[in-house]
Design a protein around this ligand. Structure first.
Ligand SMILES: [Zn+2]
Length: 120
């Protein structure tokens, strides 16, 4: 079974659907890996470094597995770089999700991407 951990259950009232795509139940793994929104964010961020083939596919899976798998496909300097990109991308996706869920922000792929490139 793939990871299916609900995010923020019982903590605050907000829709159970993913605030970024509004199409699926929100779990950490959905949010970071299998969400169509996250998928595009990862693709554009990784593409900038020629690493777009590391982007998660939409078939699901969980974040840990994807990261281990992605790390296993690159070496040396690229590995250090891709780890930084993945940590930062995940962090920015999470923050963006919070702004959409709690502050009424609208999901914006270009917003996450520009923040991530500034940080990198
Ligand atoms: Zn989603």
């Amino acid at each position: 079974m793939m990871g299916n951990r609900p995010v923020g259950k019982k903590r605050l009232q907000h829709p159970a659907a993913c605030p970024l795509c509004d199409q699926a139940q929100e779990t950490i793994d959905h949010l970071l890996v299998s969400c169509v929104f996250a998928h595009q964010v990862w693709f554009y961020i990784l593409q900038r470094f020629g690493l777009q083939e590391l982007a998660p596919n939409l078939e699901g899976g969980n974040f840990d597995e994807w990261w281990v798998n992605a790390s296993g496909r690159v070496f040396g300097q690229v590995l250090n770089g891709s780890n930084s990109i993945i940590i930062l991308g995940a962090w920015n996706l999470w923050n963006h999700r919070n702004r959409c869920a709690f502050d009424g922000a609208s999901p914006s792929i270009s917003n996450i991407i520009s923040i991530t490139f500034e940080d990198l």
